[in-house]
Design a protein around this ligand. Structure first.
Ligand SMILES: C[S@@+](CC[C@H](N)C(=O)[O-])C[C@H]1O[C@@H](n2cnc3c(N)ncnc32)[C@H](O)[C@@H]1O
Length: 289
């Protein structure tokens, strides 16, 4: 795991600061900056305000890759004036980026309101607090997420999510987080009776194919900053504004990089015959056969 010195502040073109991991050679939220990207890509696309407001009981968000906590704090800020209960379950394999971010709050402005619970994440991995009109229970699981998915029994895991912020580093640099196995195990953690959507910045064919083969419905997401399109997946079609269609399926068939990652090693390959057959038979494409 990288030590604190493996992180640095980066000033983006629009004047916002973000955190860069030297070990991965990647900047978190590189396009429009942490607060704006968290709001556009995750809060708005997953319709978190409306869905939190409409949920009768606890609304559960899984924050995969807590990092410098821009996504987590964006969710809190967006929902704080809605009466009710939020359960935020963050996952990370190192608290180093959060510790680094807390040392640089003057630049990473979005953290200021949540310094106390963020410090609790570092020390105990849990916090319960009232935020505006909302009761929040926040936990941080510090673990290798793929191993956690494979090993931890549902009875001791956070409740199944209504929304997932899926924000590891890129498939090329962080392939262990983007395998078909990870998405399959993640899908199995969902409650079929609880509508759940997942947003991620990757729009790659191999990521979308992996999500589909894992059992999700998959749609195109909005542009954010430098990304012309992102991805939304869900366990029910109603949560997708623009489901992938037959044209996407045809492009995937011809793509030289559509086969999901089978192991934690990045490579590009066309779809195998077996996965092409499974994709074609996916419920989402029922009307295009
Ligand atoms: C792009 S950054 C997340 C940025 C963060 N969501 C934010 O809003 O500041 C990706 C994060 O994924 C974490 N990560 C990478 N591999 C992981 C793994 N195997 N298990 C858990 N977390 C992992 C990294 O440590 C890193 O903090």
């Amino acid at each position: 795991m990288p030590p604190d010195s493996d992180y640095q502040l980066v000033l983006l073109a629009n004047g916002a600061f973000s955190v860069r991991s030297l070990a991965y050679g990647e900047t978190m939220h590189p396009g429009i900056g942490p607060a704006a990207e968290a709001e556009t890509l995750y809060v708005n696309q997953l319709r978190l305000r409306e869905r939190r407001a409409a949920s009768a009981g606890e609304f559960v968000v899984w924050d995969v890759g807590l990092g410098a906590a821009a996504n987590a704090t964006a969710v809190l800020r967006a929902t704080r004036e809605i009466p009710g209960r939020l359960r935020l379950a963050s996952f990370e394999n190192t608290t180093a980026p959060l510790a680094f971010a807390l040392q640089h709050q003057a630049e990473l402005l979005s953290l200021a309101d949540y310094e106390t619970p963020l410090r609790a994440m570092l020390t105990s991995g849990q916090a319960r607090f009232r935020d505006g009109r909302q009761e929040v229970e926040w936990t941080l699981t510090v673990a290798d997420f793929p191993a956690w998915l494979a090993e931890v029994v549902p009875t001791v895991a956070p409740p199944p999510p209504h929304a997932i912020l899926f924000d590891p580093f890129s498939p090329a640099k962080n392939p262990a987080m983007w395998t078909l196995d990870v998405f399959t195990r993640l899908f199995r953690r969902l409650d079929p009776q609880r509508p759940c959507s997942l947003a991620t910045y990757s729009r790659s064919t191999m990521t979308r194919a992996a999500l589909l083969l894992a059992g999700f419905f998959v749609g195109a997401g909005e542009a954010t900053g430098t990304k012309e399109e992102t991805t939304i997946a869900a366990n029910t079609l109603d949560l997708l504004a623009r489901p992938l269609d037959g044209r996407w399926l045809e492009r995937a068939r011809r793509s030289d990089s559509a086969e999901p990652l089978g192991e934690a090693v990045y490579r590009r390959m066309p779809l195998s015959e077996a996965n092409w057959k499974r994709l074609r038979e996916h419920q989402q494409f029922r009307n295009v056969r």
